[in-house]
Design a binder for this molecule. Structure first.
Ligand SMILES: Nc1nc2c(ncn2[C@@H]2O[C@H](COP(=O)(O)OP(=O)(O)OP(=O)(O)O)[C@@H](O)[C@H]2O)c(=O)[nH]1
Ligand SMILES: [Mg+2]
Length: 329
């Protein structure tokens, strides 16, 4: 046994020995292979790992798909839940680390993340929930990961602009989602559902690792390939570039609006918006704020973009982004 194996390698090896299922075995072996020092002294061990990996992969292919319902969920918080989806090592966790106060583990070997991690992205005066997830890869995605993706409001699809096989990577992830009956699309109505159980998942693509020299060319390639099907951003979690646009884009994609309530004779509280789906009426807004409110609602006064200062409106009034509303019951 070569003496210079890193603690991370030994940790992966421990997980390999404890693994009961083929996906865990494959993940651990991939990690061990990535982490093993590459020199003459480890050649035998490397060959051995490769042999075990192909055996574990073959086993994986013979296995029926994992069932859903393992009971791993993430409660929705903030104005919407956005899950980070992508292949191994693309920088999902690095992005969550940059964009929020959460501290997911970031490492240069694949399948670092093994559990969902919810985090909060602050955009202006609202909070958008980001959920860091394990990588998705053929045969290596657990049912509960797909369940969480299906349940989320939006997908933030992360791709690695440093990767030589970028387009292959994109296709692999898309195929995986489609097989799980989730059709990614950039806008409402942009994909056609053809099979029972299929759902459309609103998706935005983020090309990460913009700091790498090959990234700008790869991003053009990605743009060409995607051809306007999805909103696209080029960012670097490492250098911190392009990130400021993510909050705004996600806010737009979530299609919510903010209103502010005020009491008669008092000023509005702009630090506590009420977020509502676009197309909400005054009555529906009142219901969200307080059940009693809706039952007793007589009228409201509105200050904001849609109406003149303090104009009286009634229950079928469509609320607008930024409206200040004084409910009268
Ligand atoms: N150059 C560069 N490297 C990055 C960037 N973002 C992440 N990385 C590196 O890419 C590797 C993987 O980052 P992670 O954030 O762990 O990737 P992940 O997608 O969460 O990976 P898994 O959890 O294994 O699926 C790490 O070595 C990071 O330091 C970036 O913007 N630029
Ligand atoms: Mg990760």
């Amino acid at each position: 046994m070569p003496a210079n194996l890193s603690p991370q390698y030994l940790d992966a090896e421990k997980r390999y020995r404890q693994a009961k299922q083929p996906p865990e075995r494959v993940r651990a072996l991939e990690e061990m292979l990535a982490l093993i020092p590459k020199h003459k002294g480890t050649e035998k061990l490397q060959a051995d790992l490769k042999r075990r990996l192909s055996k574990a992969k073959a086993e994986l292919e013979r296995r029926p798909a994992t069932k859903r319902g393992t009971g791993i969920y993430v409660d929705r918080e903030g104005i919407g839940q956005v899950v980070l989806v992508g292949g191994p090592n693309v920088g999902k966790s690095a992005l969550v680390r940059r964009l929020t106060n959460a501290k997911p583990e970031v490492a240069d070997y694949p399948f670092t993340t093994r559990r969902p991690l919810p985090a909060m992205l602050e955009f202006e005066n609202v909070k958008i929930q980001l959920v860091d997830l394990p990588a998705v890869a053929p045969g290596l995605v657990e049912g509960w990961v797909l369940g969480i993706i299906r349940n989320a409001d939006r997908i933030l699809w992360v791709v690695d602009l440093g990767s030589d096989d970028l387009l292959e990577q994109v296709e692999t992830t898309e195929t995986l989602l489609v097989q799980a009956k989730m059709l990614p699309g950039g806008a409402q109505g942009s994909v056609e559902l053809t099979e029972p159980g299929q759902v459309m998942k609103r998706t935005m693509i983020v090309g990460n690792k913009a700091d790498l020299p090959e990234a700008p060319d790869r991003f053009l390639l990605l743009q060409e390939h995607v051809g306007g099907r999805f909103p696209l951003l080029m960012v670097s979690a490492l250098a911190g570039t392009g990130l400021e646009k993510i909050g705004h884009q996600l806010y737009e994609a979530l299609e919510v609006l903010r209103i502010y309530t005020k009491a008669p004779g008092k000023a509005a509280d702009f630090s506590h918006p009420v977020s509502l789906p676009r197309g909400t009426t005054l009555l529906e807004a009142a219901e969200v704020i307080h059940k009693d409110f809706a039952a007793k609602l007589k009228y409201a006064r509105v200050w904001g973009a849609g109406k003149f200062e303090g104009q009286r409106v009634h229950r079928d009034y469509m609320v607008h982004e930024g409206d200040i509303i004084e409910f009268h019951i």
